[in-house]
Ligand binder design. Structure first.
Ligand code: ACM
Ligand code: ZN
Length: 489
């Protein structure tokens, strides 16, 4: 085992393969993968490189595709080692989330990132398609979602915030924004499918939804004096109009996206207006609820049932654990790893994307040398060191890992790529390669070489050669609450 391990990291591939042997291996692939899970068999492949021939063995077109990407990467690295690579994934959900609401990057950007994902054997693109800063997906039934909120005053998120959250229309030359038409999204789905990537759409609810209330005030909470709570960030869970809108939009979303999973957000609802709303109060009374928090559980359960009735499963951010998770729902841990631990203990499927390790909108190096980012230091080394399966956690319920790129502070495609590469290489290896094969020094060398390939292909990446000693050390600075993050090491 150890022997194979050392050899496997000796070739330049990211993610590192399960096995590399300089000898040619014979025998049936079917037999070699017999003990693996069906989803692993589906992606397994064997690539044999001899002096004048390359042979790919796989049980499915997906396996064959993974092998081709291995070959493509080795060729791009200028390295075609003689011998046999035998490979299959460790985890089935290997994801990247891109926030298209706070800044809108568009078709070419997403396609380019899917090319990168395919090269890294990532297979889930989670699109955060709406948030208070803009709705980005065409709806036939609710056309004002895009007509009224896909464009805003303020190029950056913070300009928009400083200007008091004003929206505008597509014809405003000073407006910023955009959205995907259904045709665009079908094109993206097809592009993803060719690369064996599933696009998981996220329709955020009930928090982070100011734009929905702006376009359709009927989903807002209503004060006993008749006034609507305009400007609220939450939808009203007491109101049938809210469910009509959400279910109709989700129906449209499910028509476009074949994904077995539909993300419904669920994070950070402020719940501020709920206690003062006639409809929320009525809903609570009828349901025997005593805490406004239970309204979130009510909404999640109802939406889950709707999504399930269409043969899909919901994913929700880990807040959904606080109000009773419906059976079959998937929990996505983001506030550290706690949500994953709890979901595992309760027997739910879970995805790990802890902000401590997998938020690539966080600093990757010292504050003074980096563009403004978010709080903690998530260096290449630190994110590489992430092990999603802690002792005591249920491996069969761990669907996978995911990097998240929130874009409040990332206004351009170039900046987004700078935050993603090389850190996404680390995530890919965590997701695909055997945990026992991970070793940072070797990975860093491979990442450095692959980064050159990415640059040649037009990605604007972070420069590993300028990494500070602190980032290289892999230390993570978690200053005590309230204390500023050190500017230097
Ligand atoms: C999140 O980062 N609010 C899921
Ligand atoms: Zn309400």
């Amino acid at each position: 085992m150890k022997f194979l391990l050392i050899l496997s990291v000796a070739i330049g591939l990211i993610p590192a393969p399960v096995e590399y042997s300089p000898k040619t291996c014979h025998g049936s692939l079917k037999k070699a993968v017999a003990q693996l899970e069906p989803w692993q068999q589906q992606e397994a492949y064997r690539l044999t490189i001899s002096k004048n021939r390359v042979k790919i063995e796989a049980l499915t077109p997906e396996g064959e595709f993974r092998a081709q990407k291995t070959l493509e990467q080795l060729r791009a690295l200028g390295e075609l080692p003689l011998g046999t690579i035998f490979d299959y994934p460790r985890l089935r959900h290997r994801g990247l989330m891109i926030d298209e609401s706070r800044s809108f990057k568009g078709m070419d950007f997403l396609k380019k990132q899917m090319d990168a994902m395919a090269l890294l054997k990532l297979n889930v693109l989670h699109l955060h398609l709406d948030d208070s800063a803009g709705w980005r997906i065409e709806s036939e039934a609710y056309p004002d979602l895009t007509a009224k909120t896909a464009f805003r005053k303020g190029y950056t998120y913070h300009e928009w915030e400083a200007g008091n959250y004003r929206f505008t229309t597509a014809d405003d030359p000073e407006g910023y924004g955009g959205y995907y038409t259904k045709e665009d999204l079908k094109e993206l789905v097809a592009y993803a499918a060719e690369r064996f990537i599933t696009i998981i759409p996220e329709i955020e609810m009930p928090g982070h939804s100011m734009e929905v209330g702006y376009a359709y005030p009927e989903v807002l909470c209503q004060h006993p004096n008749g006034r609507l709570h305009t400007g609220a960030w939450d939808l009203c869970p007491g109101n049938e109009a809210t469910f009509r809108l959400l279910e109709t939009v989700l129906g449209e979303v499910m028509d476009i996206f074949p994904s077995p999973f539909i993300h419904i957000g669920g994070d950070e609802a402020t719940m501020k207006t709920w206690s003062q709303c006639v409809n929320c109060r009525k809903r609570m009374e009828e349901g025997g609820m005593t805490d406004v928090k239970e309204l979130q559980g009510y909404l999640v359960r109802r939406i889950e049932a709707f999504v399930r009735s269409h043969g899909r499963r919901i994913i929700g951010w880990d807040e959904i654990l606080e109000t009773g998770v419906p059976e079959g729902a998937v929990v996505q841990s983001w506030r550290g790893v706690e949500g994953g631990r709890k979901a595992s203990a309760l027997g739910y499927d879970y995805i790990m994307s802890p902000n401590s390790h997998c938020y690539y909108n966080y600093y990757q190096d010292l504050i003074r040398k980096e563009p403004k980012a978010v709080g903690e230091l998530v260096s290449l080394r630190f994110t590489y060191g992430y092990e999603p399966l802690e002792e005591g956690m249920e491996p069969e319920h761990l669907l996978g890992v995911q990097a998240n790129l929130w874009t409040e502070l990332i206004p351009t495609p170039e900046h987004a790529e700078y935050m993603l590469y090389p850190r996404l290489f680390a995530l890919a290896e965590t997701a695909w390669s055997p945990a026992s094969a991970k070793e940072y020094k070797g990975f860093r060398k491979r990442a450095r070489a692959l980064l050159d390939v990415f640059r040649t292909r037009g990605y604007r990446t972070f420069d590993m050669d300028t990494e500070s000693d602190l980032a290289r050390s892999g230390l993570q600075r978690f200053p005590p609450e309230g204390e500023p993050i050190p500017l230097d090491d």
